[in-house]
Each structure stands twice: as structure tokens, then as C-alpha cells.
Design a protein around this ligand. Structure first.
Ligand code: AMP
Length: 280
């Protein structure tokens, strides 16, 4: 596996494969890799001749400096995991390699980056779009892999690719979970023992919402689920919403959209966890 830190090395490496008609898969990450990330690498390996990955903790997508400061960084371990998974190339740039000049790009996603996460993390999705677009230009992959775990991010990337007519297939990969249902996340290692024990309640509650699909008022189902999670000591729901899975806008009733999703963000102590479940 090639480990590179500069943009020019990526082009040199990938151009040769591209010229030989090989397909390139790309998995952008912020490192602290867990089996959820590796499942994206595995899917890319199945679909492409070459699988590449980036590890970059993108400062401009953190609206909370404390979260950025405490974001886990385990580069040596990540590299071993990527080697084991059969990744061919990993890009681990410094901040100055990605952002040699002050960032000025502004994307317009309409309401898509203002609801759910966007309401509580202003500027977050613009930061995501900036880094992903730059990485897309650097790697120029045939396919790029994103987890359904970050559903709104996936919708933003799909929209970005569509708006800019980028010739990249965006592949959505299922959320990889611990045996007890907790969605794998790099932030899980920061959970206290007590909060880790209770964290599977998030997915359990989302499943209960799914079981109530079509019954009663949507607002009541949301309120009941929110209350159940808020009743756990140390847990605080930031949002729990049932929305149109395409637009991410609220719906007035269960039949208003072709597909619904329940999305939530919950503080377990000072660790912010997100999860979601497609209802239909
Ligand atoms: P991150 O390093 O958190 O930016 O995540 C990099 C990619 O891995 C994103 O596309 C995430 O959606 C995806 N990802 C993170 N956690 C999981 C998971 N538990 N299951 C599937 N994909 C995931």
C-alpha cells in the first residue's frame, strides 16, 4: 500500500492506472478507523480494480473546537487496518496541503444543509462539501463510498455530484453496528462506561419508531421517542425527526413522501452521537 502526503504523488500513482483502463474506488475518512470504515473499503474492492482512501481530520467541518481537539487520531493503527483490508493507496495530507490558501468556496444546497445536523452545526456541510470536492478533484475516482450512518452527508454529496455533473458514482453503504446495535463511530471510544452501556438505546428507540410507522400522529411518535432517550441519565436529545428521506423536510403525515427516515442526534455525556433508520 502506498502512503502519500502530497497531491502530486496521488496524480502520478493513479494516472498510470487510469491510463490502463483500471477503475478507481475512493473512500474519504477522518481516520480512527473501525469496521464501519473498513466495510466501505471492502465494498470498493469488490467494485473496482484499485481502492484508495484518504485520512484527513478536516478542520473546517468542525463547528466545535473542542470536538476537533478531542477527535481521535490513530494514524499508525489506521494504516495497518487499511493494509489488511487490501487498500492500494492512502492519502494523509497535512492541513496546509489541503488548504494552502484561505478557503472561500460556498456551496448552495438550498434547505438540505440547514435542517437536522445543519441546524445545530452551522457551516458543517459547507466544510464537508469543500473537502470532498477537493478530494474528488485530486483522486478523480470512478466510484466514491459513503456510509448511510451519515445520511444527511450522503444526501449532500449526492446533490454536490449532481449539481456539478461530476462523473463519479456515489455508492451508499449500510450502517455497520456493534452487536448491541450501537452504530460504529470514531467517537464511541470517548463514551463513559455507563453511557456506552446505555447507547444501544438509541438504535432500539429508532426501531420502535419504525414499528409505529403509520400509526398515530408523527409528532407524537417523535415526542415519545425523544422522551424515552431524554429519560436516560446523561443523555440529551438534540433532535429526533421523521422526515422525507429525499428532501429531509418534515412531513405532515405518513403517506406524504415515497420514503421516510428517522434521524437523531443525541448527547451521551459530552459525546454527540448520530444515527438514523429508514422507515420505508
Ligand atoms: P468519518 O471518518 O466519520 O468521516 O467517516 C468516513 C466514512 O465512513 C463516511 O462516509 C461515513 O458515513 C462512513 N462511516 C462512518 N461510520 C460508519 C458506520 N458505522 N457504518 C458505515 N459507514 C460508516
Amino acid at each position: 500500500m502506498r502512503i502519500v502526503k502530497t497531491v502530486s504523488e496521488i496524480s502520478t500513482f493513479l494516472n498510470e492506472f487510469r491510463a490502463n483502463g483500471k477503475s478507481i474506488g475512493f473512500v474519504p475518512t477522518m481516520g480512527a478507523l473501525h469496521p464501519g470504515h473498513i466495510s466501505l473499503i471492502t465494498q470498493s474492492k469488490l467494485d473496482n480494480d484499485i481502492t484508495s482512501c484518504s485520512i484527513f481530520v478536516n478542520p473546517i467541518q468542525f463547528n466545535n473546537p473542542n470536538d476537533l481537539e478531542h477527535y481521535p487520531r490513530t494514524l499508525d493503527d489506521d494504516i495497518l487496518k487499511l493494509k489488511d483490508a487490501g487498500c492500494s493507496l492512502v492519502f494523509c495530507p497535512d492541513v496546509t496541503e489541503m488548504y494552502p490558501e484561505p478557503v472561500t468556496e460556498k456551496y448552495d444546497f438550498g434547505h438540505l444543509d440547514k435542517v437536522l445536523e445543519g441546524e445545530f452545526r452551522p457551516g458543517h456541510f459547507n466544510g464537508v462539501a469543500v473537502v470532498v470536492h477537493r478530494l474528488f478533484k485530486i483522486f478523480n475516482p470512478h466510484r466514491a463510498y459513503f456510509g448511510l450512518k451519515d445520511y444527511q452527508q450522503l444526501r449532500i454529496i449526492q446533490t454536490l455530484t449532481h449539481q456539478l455533473q461530476l462523473p463519479i458514482q456515489i455508492v451508499a453503504c449500510p450502517t455497520y453496528r456493534e452487536n448491541d446495535g450501537l452504530a460504529m463511530s470514531s467517537r464511541n471510544v470517548r463514551l463513559s462506561e455507563a453511557n456506552r452501556k446505555m447507547a444501544p438505546m438509541i438504535f432500539k428507540t429508532l426501531n420502535e419508531v419504525k414499528n409505529r410507522t403509520g400509526y398515530g400522529e408523527i409528532s407524537e411518535v417523535e415526542a415519545h421517542a425523544t422522551k424515552q432517550l431524554n429519560n436516560i441519565v446523561g443523555f440529551k436529545v438534540e433532535y429526533l425527526k421523521i422526515v422525507d428521506a429525499e428532501t429531509l423536510l418534515p412531513v405532515a403525515n405518513w403517506t406524504q413522501a415515497g420514503s421516510l427516515i428517522v434521524c437523531t442526534a443525541v448527547f451521551a455525556g459530552n459525546v454527540r452521537l448520530i444515527d438514523n433508520l429508514i422507515l420505508f
